[in-house]
Design a protein. Structure first.
Length: 337
């Protein structure tokens, strides 16, 4: 295992657009916590900035940790959960009664060389592979974007034979295409304007691409669905326009799965969707609940969500990685430390 020193590198957010790399003291064990040395980290530009999601080499455990040992390779979802409360037992780890979020709730952020993980048994998942496994990017994707895409598909009630529209061609949108195909969707329309991204989406299973926006996008989706709209809309952006589009392209009796972090306090088209019996569901993905289901598909090569990582860097590259994603020069940045 790597040598770690009493002060270790972290990415530090000073302001929303002021991200630097600095050094902090190593975290101390607090029962029933663990701390681990980081192997790879996923950067993402949303309200979750600074939270760790990635693969970790288990370093030291608290006395109450029972499901892993030093030297294990594990993956860490983006929220901490104890795995025992009523909501964890129902597969809603983001609502864990005793959980927390990295970079908040008294827990350090985790984009660094080491991280203390509270409730390790209920949060981390041990991987049955070596640290240099070629599938590592796809395994990393399970901690956030692939599980979030899966959550969007389940929330929108994707089933075999249904028509699906995915709004957004970012990492979550692309993984939502994977999820919709995996669940048996017959038609998958990807709404996105970036040709390099929509090309990946087509590789993942999108049957059509709609590059228009607003009313033109709505009209085009309706043309592709015999004027009816789709059974399932997966909203993967969080802006008012994207949510409006998702609602307007959903047929009566359909469903919208919303996983883009909302930037507005109200939903558009409330009366219209009410009258059309359109179901609206979604929220933060319970990645810890989904990883056991999705992990075998990655290990068997059935899905490859790691393709959304189109840039790799070191800890010193974190500030530029955020800039590249913000400027749409990169879909997702993988950091190796």
């Amino acid at each position: 295992m790597p040598t770690l020193y009493r002060d270790t590198g972290y990415s530090l957010m000073h302001l929303i657009e002021d991200i630097r790399v600095g050094r902090l003291a190593l975290p101390d064990i607090q029962r029933p916590f663990v701390w681990s040395s980081a192997k790879t980290r996923d950067l993402f530009d949303s309200m979750y900035r600074g939270y760790p999601i990635g693969t970790l080499m288990f370093w030291e455990t608290g006395a109450d940790v029972g499901t892993m040992k030093p030297g294990d390779l594990v993956i860490a979802p983006f929220v901490v959960s104890d795995g025992t409360c009523i909501f964890c037992r129902r597969g809603l780890q983001p609502s864990c009664l005793h959980g927390s979020r990295y970079g908040a709730d008294g827990v350090d952020g985790g984009q660094g060389e080491a991280v203390r993980v509270p409730h390790a048994d209920g949060t981390l998942v041990v991987l049955p592979v070596a640290a240099d496994d070629a599938r590592m990017p796809s395994l990393l994707a399970l901690t956030d974007v692939m599980s979030t895409g899966h959550h969007a598909a389940l929330s929108a009630k994707v089933e075999p034979g249904k028509s699906v529209a995915v709004v957004g061609d970012g990492a979550v949108g692309l993984c939502s295409v994977i999820a919709a195909k995996r669940l048996g969707a017959e038609q998958i329309i990807l709404l996105g304007r970036h040709a390099d991204r929509t090309a990946i989406g087509e590789d993942f299973g999108a049957t059509e691409v709609v590059s228009e926006r607003g009313d033109e996008a709505i009209e085009r989706v309706r043309e592709l669905t015999e004027g009816l709209g789709v059974d399932c809309a997966l909203e993967c952006v969080g802006l008012e326009q994207s949510m409006s589009t998702a609602l307007k392209i959903t047929r009566p009796g359909g469903a919208v799965g919303r996983v883009g972090v909302p930037q507005e306090d109200t939903l558009p088209h409330a009366l219209e969707t009410f009258m059309d019996n359109v179901a609206i569901s979604g929220g933060p993905a319970p990645a810890r609940a989904y990883i056991p289901e999705l992990l075998p598909d990655v290990l068997e090569g059935k899905i490859d969500p790691g393709r959304v990582f189109d840039r790799t860097g070191t800890l010193d590259d974190v500030p530029d990685g955020y800039r590249a994603m913000n400027d749409r020069e990169s879909i997702k940045v993988l950091i190796e430390v």
